[in-house]
Structures are given as C-alpha cells and as structure tokens.
Design a protein around this ligand. Structure first.
Ligand code: Y39
Ligand code: FE
Ligand code: FE
Ligand code: FE
Length: 241
C-alpha cells in the first residue's frame, strides 16, 4: 500500500513536469530556440523555393503551387516574429547545414525532372515533419508563438494534401520511384530529428512524441496515396535500417 501510494506520487510529478511550460526567458531556452527557430525559418524558406520549382515541373498546376509556396513565405515571416518576440537571434548557418543533404537531393531531382522524388521530399516527408513538430510545439509554446503556429499548421495540411493527390493519381507509374526516393530520404529525416532532439527537449518537446506524430502523419499520407499495409510497413522500415 505504501509502495503503491508513492508510485502514484511519482507518476503525478512526471506528468506535471512534461506538461509544464518551460521558462521562455532562461538562457538555456533562448540558446536552444536559436537553433530550432532557425531550422523552422530555413525550412519555410526552402519550402517556398521548392514549391516554385514544383510549379515548373507541373505547369498545369502552376497557379496552385505558387499559391502554396507563398504560404510558406508567410510562415517564415511568422516564425521570424516568434524569434524576435523572445529576443532570440536564429542561428541560420546551423539551419542551412541542417537541411543541406535533403535540400540537395531535392535540387538534384528537380534538375532531372524527377517530379515524384520532389513531391515525396517536400510534400510528404518535409510536410509530415512540419506537421508533427508544430503539433508538439503548440502544446509547449509561448502564447505568441502558439497563436502563429496554430495558423501555420492548417496550411501544412494543404501542402501535404497536394502531394498526396498527385501521387495517388499517378501511383501505378511512380510507385517504383516513390519507394526508391523514400529509401534515400526517410533516413535523412530520422537523422535530422536526432540532431535537434536535445534542443527540442529544452523546449519541452519530447523526442518520442515527435517520432510518433511524424509516423502518424507519414503513414496516413501513404495510406491516402493508395499504398497497402505491407508497402507502408516496408517504406516505414527505411527509417530504422
Ligand atoms: O512545409 C513546411 O512549412 C516545412 C518547411 C517546414 C519545415 C519545418 C521543419 C520543422 C522541424 C522542427 C524540428 C523540431 C524538433
Ligand atoms: Fe524545463
Ligand atoms: Fe510552412
Ligand atoms: Fe508547408
């Protein structure tokens, strides 16, 4: 009975600390935020440019893709304001390096007109990453950033949805390329998450929760595209091999 009671107490304490908000004014928070905020700003900037490239690859949808791209520019401005609001200077060189491998893969695919790989990288992998990170962040963000992020995450679903619909409509002809591109790029998402997980922890963003949210968004989108459970499992395994 004694042990049971003290066990309960431990659980309560843990729940309290994982649900509590961090001290947004502490030096450790601002230091971690300088990298996470930069990653988000750089990600939005690159997403803008990726959508403009996609508009060139899929000219019949150019208007829609440019419209989606302009949303990313707005997101970027919103997250710049979040950094300013906390008096944090984003570490942009860190963020450029952070995205460089994935971004290079996008640019290589763009150069050879590989629409499937470009859509997988931007609309499925990066958008799922954004959706998962923003959902977790909203729970522990300062009130200003929380409001901004809530608006942004709605748009990210539109971006995910665009890629989903295109891949769904072309699935039989692009399936092989999709699988190959996934094998090359999903592991990059996993290492990127590993690279910022300590900083995310300082912001009270739990790594397992981030991974869980990512897998939900990613697997849901593969299901929506029309892949079966076995194909989805095979694709998801690329993250751990
Ligand atoms: O489509 C988009 O707006 C995506 C570019 C933005 C990328 C967001 C990347 C978020 C990673 C944050 C990592 C926190 C642990
Ligand atoms: Fe803390
Ligand atoms: Fe965005
Ligand atoms: Fe987006």
């Amino acid at each position: 009975m004694q042990a049971f009671a003290s066990n309960n107490l431990t659980v309560e304490k843990e729940e309290l600390s994982s649900n509590s908000l961090p001290d947004f004014t502490s030096e450790s928070y601002k230091d971690a935020y300088s990298r996470i905020n930069a990653v988000v700003i750089e990600g939005e900037q690159e997403a803008y440019s990726n959508f403009l490239d996609l508009a060139k690859l899929i000219p019949e949808h150019a208007d829609e893709l440019v419209r989606l791209g302009k949303m990313e520019k707005k997101h970027m401005n919103g997250f710049c304001a979040c950094g300013r609001n906390l008096a944090v200077k984003p570490d942009m060189p860190f963020a450029k390096t952070f995205f460089s491998k994935l971004h290079n893969n996008f640019l290589e695919a763009f150069k050879v007109g590989d629409t499937t790989t470009c859509l997988l990288i931007q609309c499925i992998l990066i958008e799922s990453f954004a959706i998962s990170a923003y959902h977790v962040y909203i729970r522990v963000a300062d009130p200003f950033a929380k409001r901004i992020t809530e608006g942004v995450v709605q748009d990210e679903y539109l971006h995910l949805n665009y890629g989903q619909e295109w891949l769904k409509a072309n699935l039989e002809t692009v399936k092989k390329d999709l699988m190959r591109a996934n094998k090359e790029n999903l592991p990059l998402i996993k290492s990127m998450l590993d690279e910022v997980s300590n900083d995310a922890e300082v912001l009270h963003m739990d790594k397992e929760e981030l991974m869980e949210e990512f897998m939900i968004a990613y697997q849901d989108s593969l299901l929506e595209i029309g892949l079966d459970n076995r194909e989805i499992a095979r694709m998801a395994l690329a993250a751990v091999i």
